[in-house]
Design a protein around this ligand. Structure first.
Ligand code: CAA
Length: 266
């Protein structure tokens, strides 16, 4: 069903990358460590997502783990002996944020544990689907630290203050149905079907105009950073900019001419 992506950077130690149609599927591959997100994994993730983003063959990305764990957080063994000057000097975790610069839509398919940095990475994605066994949590307080990849900031925006405080201060996990009721995830699916169903949605997204998908992603994400008045202006400018694309012309012409559009912009 899948074929290997033949990128310039084509061998990975910590992830598997496959292609289905216009969708790139990235799977974390550290099963013995519950897919803990070590430095090497994040470097590979950043490199491959940037390559996919600039490759016109792809229209969307799915990120997943395995049935036990999406990812159980940053690698605690790598952090264990670090000092304050060390983490500050290397700006530890700062490069994780690169994922938020990817223009193509990213869907997270979460089975099993999505904890700490794993949950934070999922929240950087544009859509989260959860398997019935998913468990989300920010257990950093149990380790004597706090989330460092935007967990506190994104969680409050996703679920509001009281729930964000409860999840982060107690370190307790929430299950898939609770995550659904909080609006953190869009769907809960059977574990065995999760990736397949997520790929179907990713394929649908990838079948539309790429610049339009990038504009939708950008304008919705921008709402996290700016107020309503500025956001509405920002959206309108983005709307106007679609009139500079061939795809906007094609989409409206196809509607009027009662035919299927053919998207050509990359
Ligand atoms: N880092 C490094 N190794 C990890 C890990 C992590 N985050 N999570 C799990 N592992 C390793 C375990 O050490 C264990 O390795 P060994 O076999 O060598 O002992 C292996 O994965 C299997 O784990 P468990 O034996 O613990 O499996 P379990 O089924 O009993 O429990 C779990 C699963 C609940 C996920 C548990 O492993 C756990 O609580 N993991 C840590 C979760 C966590 O605290 N995450 C936050 C990390 S800090 C962070 O992410 C900061 C940030 O903001 C970026």
């Amino acid at each position: 069903m899948f074929r290997k992506i033949l990128f310039r950077f084509s061998t990975y130690n910590f992830i598997n990358v496959t292609q289905k149609g216009k969708v790139a599927l990235i799977q974390f591959n550290r099963p013995k460590a519950m897919n803990a997100l070590c430095d090497g994994l994040i470097k590979e993730l950043n490199q491959v997502t940037q390559e996919i983003d600039s490759n016109p063959e792809y229209g969307s990305i799915v990120i997943t783990g395995n049935e036990k764990a999406f990812a159980a957080g940053a690698d605690i063994k790598e952090m264990q002996d670090k000092s304050f000057p060390q983490v500050q000097n290397i700006q530890m975790l700062a490069s994780w944020e690169n994922l938020t610069n990817i223009k193509k839509p990213i869907l997270a398919a979460v089975n099993g544990y999505a904890l700490g940095g794993g949950f934070e990475l999922a929240m950087m994605c544009d859509i989260i689907y959860a398997g019935e066994n998913a468990k989300f949590g920010l257990p950093e307080a149990t380790l004597g630290t706090i989330p460092g990849c935007g967990g506190t900031q994104r969680l409050i925006r996703a679920v509001g203050k009281s729930k964000a405080m409860e999840i982060t201060l107690t370190g307790e996990f929430i299950d898939a149905q609770t995550a659904l009721s909080y609006g953190l995830v869009s769907k809960v699916l059977p574990v065995a079907n999760l990736v397949e169903e997520t790929l179907k949605v990713a394929e649908k997204i990838a079948s539309f105009s790429k610049p339009v998908a990038a504009l939708i992603k950008d304008t919705i994400n921008e709402a996290e950073n700016i107020g309503l008045r500025e956001g509405v202006k920002y959206e309108r400018k983005a709307f106007y900019s679609t009139f500079a694309t061939q795809d906007r012309k094609e989409g409206m012409s196809a509607f009027v001419e009662k035919r299927k559009p053919s998207w050509t912009d990359n």
